[in-house]
Design a protein around this ligand. Structure first.
Ligand SMILES: [Zn+2]
Length: 432
């Protein structure tokens, strides 16, 4: 049974994963990945087989609950595992998969995604369906799980996995890094970055760990100098920083866009320019919106991107650049000139990462801010992040909470901004 209608070839709704334990060994020069995954799961229905998403890597051993007789077949996208016994809904089981191969990104309607070799290293950019290019998983946005990732890689390289760092050890010149996420992680937000990285601290916030090639250490420290103020601003507006880690990775390669991952953000060398500062704010904001308050269905993507874009505008104002209102007016004018063929609340898979989702999403929040007033809107944001911290939320949940805090029906506003294609009038922000 497949999962999300936007990604119908991914995921299996007949079971839910509770934890992934990944032991990875990566050789940079030959781009060879060997993995040992232990997946603890619970049956969501009566099941006798399950499908794990796995792409471009070959499973060589599969065992369910340690049973050597476990049968499996592997197709181009799915590893189908026959359970030794039929399981009833609610029963727990564990799948062990030994696998290996030459990982590479998969082609998708959103471009090439997943594990990707760099000139001298590798990165993971999975959103939305790239995770199976590096580990077997139930690749559904609504199936978040705890994670432990151990990565061993070559001398001179450092692997940076998502999660709270647990240990780093070296043997025979190769280094193993172990990280754990006790908070639930969506498969698309798990990542490993491998390169000639060195770790450094960021002045002003001891939670932040920087990973850069040595030559980029100083430019990265400059580019990220505002991060402590950004985090302070967002903690003030959105509530306490919700993640166990805050790792900022800078690749020596240029990247088209920065990437968010659980407790981590990844930038290309090109994103260290001062004019790209808004992108740093954007990626940090995803730690609240997307990575803590998660969406269980891709149609709700505006809840991730609209909030992250709104956060860019908040930072702009706080840093003395354009005010929130100026940003709203400018982006509203740009949106007016673009085709009005997008429904924010259900943009469809083709348009889910369209820039209009980001900007119209942020404008929806701005309209709500105008409608509610500063204090109730502030309460809405904080209650939203607190109520759904490390949980899943929907567009409907947001509408209900907003109406509850406003104490009145907000359906006309949401219908106009989220359900309809035409662009409503932009309200004016009252002073104060
Ligand atoms: Zn984003």
């Amino acid at each position: 049974m497949s999962g999300d209608p936007y990604t119908p070839q991914s995921g299996d709704t007949s079971f839910d994963v509770e934890s992934y334990d990944l032991e990875l060994d990566y050789r940079v020069r030959t781009n060879r990945l060997e993995g040992h995954a232990t997946i603890n799961a619970v049956a969501a229905a009566a099941i006798s087989t399950i499908g794990l998403d796995l792409i471009g890597l070959r499973a060589t051993r599969v065992r369910v609950d340690g049973d050597r007789r476990t049968k499996y077949t592997q197709g181009p996208r799915v590893l189908r595992v026959t359970l030794p016994h039929r399981l009833a809904a609610g029963e727990r089981f564990s799948v062990e998969v030994v696998y290996a191969g030459t990982p590479g990104p998969r082609r998708s309607r959103w471009g090439v995604i997943g594990w990707e070799e760099l000139d001298d290293g590798a990165l993971v950019a999975s959103q939305p369906t790239g995770a199976p290019t590096w580990f077997p998983c139930n690749d559904r946005p609504d199936d978040r799980a705890r994670m432990r990732i151990a990565v061993t890689t070559d001398a001179g390289y450092l692997a940076v996995p998502t999660g709270r760092p647990i240990s780093r050890s070296s043997r025979a010149g190769r280094t193993t890094v172990v990280a754990e996420s006790a908070v639930p992680v969506a498969t698309y937000l798990a990542a490993v970055h491998v390169g000639h990285y060195e770790q450094s601290d960021l002045a002003g916030d001891e939670r932040v760990r920087l990973f850069t090639p040595p030559a980029l250490r100083a430019p990265a420290a400059d580019a990220f100098a505002p991060v402590p103020q950004m985090l302070a601003l967002f903690e003030d507006v959105f509530g306490p920083y919700p993640q166990e880690d805050c790792a900022l990775v800078v690749t020596p390669d240029e990247l088209e866009i920065p990437l968010e991952a659980q407790g981590m953000a990844v930038f290309g060398v090109n994103h260290l320019e001062p004019e790209e500062q808004r992108l740093i704010a954007h990626e940090l904001a995803h730690q609240w919106f997307g990575n803590s308050v998660g969406i269980g269905r891709w149609r709700d993507i505006w809840l991730n991107e609209g909030f992250a874009c709104y956060a860019e505008w908040l930072w702009s104002e706080a840093s003395g650049a354009a005010t929130l209102a100026q940003e709203a007016v400018a982006h509203y004018a740009r949106l007016r000139a673009l085709p009005k063929d997008l429904v924010l609340g259900d943009p469809g898979p083709e348009l889910m990462f369209d820039d209009r989702v980001y900007k119209r999403g942020a404008l929806t929040l701005y309209a709500l801010r105008c409608e509610l007033g500063a204090e109730p809107f502030a309460r809405l944001l904080r209650e939203w992040t607190a109520t759904h911290q490390h949980g899943l939320a929907t567009d409907d949940d947001f509408r209900h909470l907003a109406a509850q805090i406003a104490g009145r029906d907000l359906a006309p506003l949401f219908t106009a901004w989220v359900d309809e294609r035409s662009l409503p009038r932009l309200p004016k922000l009252a002073a104060g």
